[in-house]
Design a protein around this ligand. Structure first.
Ligand code: ADP
Ligand code: MG
Length: 318
């Protein structure tokens, strides 16, 4: 099977949202009038972002899902994606399930794969995703306001526990194993939440590197300090060592839940949003004035500052 057969068989699909899909030098798209384009790209490298031997169907899903998660964090509606892949071989047994997982995610969130690039090389997958947001309504990291509440969605930390289980660094109780590994390997981009937050939140980010690290980006961009209150954090999974579960929640990446700030006046509305979406939303702290002490503080029961050594993942940290 040659390069073009491979693309035709596994990646070219109908693209009802594009003027022109795969097959020419460029794809052609037409954004809706009055909307801004939100554009993002994310690369997945074997050994860094996923373990060698990861189920190809899950990997196909995740390759797209992590990009859609960035659109969710901006409040954008996903529309078009490009896939650039370097593959060691045209291996049908790997390609077919990979493409199936990718297209399943595309279909679930209503995006068209409009083009890409396919080369031979070490396994490396790169998606560019484009979405739309009404002009001026994108949720930027810099939008947090003084005294905003800080919220997170879902069950942050499970993916990191799943990774520790797969690496043999932790033995999770049986009932948590499958769920945590699923969260790691097939995350759910919080698109519907991102759309709902356009009118409720001031700032948002998706938690890909770790809660403290990602919340730190919001605090710095907004010129404020984020204060996370230990007593307000979601319940930790039962039967998992507390220190490990708390570390996974605070500093583990890969959950692709959203962290956002909203004025206190939106608490009730956010409660309704959580019910509508059947997705738990946790109010975990508040934004305070910028302080030389740090961008993110973790506060204990007596308002004392708790030092947490790990903040999140950084590819180039020493
Ligand atoms: P060019 O050489 O003009 O850059 P290519 O030969 O790389 O074009 O690709 C041919 C067509 O197939 C292009 O329209 C490109 O967007 C599309 N394409 C290549 N790889 C993929 C892929 N993995 N998924 C979807 N479309 C792809
Ligand atoms: Mg090319």
């Amino acid at each position: 099977m040659g390069e073009f057969d491979l693309i035709a068989r596994h990646f070219a699909r109908p693209t009802p949202q594009a003027l022109l899909g795969p097959g020419d030098d460029c794809a052609l798209v037409q954004p809706s009038p009055g909307y801004e384009l939100a554009v993002t790209t994310d690369m997945l490298v074997e050994g860094t972002h996923f373990l060698a031997g990861t189920d190809p169907r899950d990997l196909g899903w995740k390759t797209l899902a992590v990009n859609l998660s960035d659109l969710a964090a901006m409040g954008a509606k996903p529309r078009w994606v490009l896939l650039a892949g370097s593959l060691p071989a045209a291996d049908e047994a790997w390609l077919a399930p990979f493409a199936e997982g990718f297209h399943a995610c595309a279909q679930a969130f209503g995006v068209d794969l409009i083009g890409g690039d396919t080369t031979r090389g070490p396994l490396n997958l790169c998606v560019t995703a484009m979405g739309e947001v009404p002009a001026g309504q994108a949720l930027r990291r810099s939008g947090a306001c003084l005294h905003d509440d800080i919220w997170i969605s879902g069950h942050v930390g499970l993916a990191n526990l799943g990774l520790h289980q797969l690496l043999g660094q932790l033995e999770l109780p049986q009932r948590w194993q499958r769920l945590c590994i699923k969260r790691l390997q097939a995350p759910q981009p919080r698109i519907a939440l991102g759309l709902a937050l356009r009118s409720l939140a001031h700032a948002a980010i998706d938690i890909s590197d770790g809660l403290l690290a990602d919340l730190g980006h919001v605090a710095r961009a907004s010129g404020l300090q984020a204060r996370v209150v230990l007593n307000q954090l979601p319940h930790l999974p039962e039967g998992v060592a507390r220190a490990e579960a708390l570390d996974a929640l605070l500093a583990g990446g890969d959950d692709y839940e959203l962290c956002f700030t909203a004025p206190t006046s939106q608490r009730l509305a956010l409660g309704c949003t959580a019910a509508d979406l059947d997705l738990p939303l946790w109010r975990i702290g508040y934004m305070d004035a910028a302080s030389p002490v740090g961008d993110v503080l973790l506060l204990g029961p007596d308002e004392e500052v708790i030092e947490w050594s790990r903040q999140g993942y950084d590819h180039f940290s020493a």
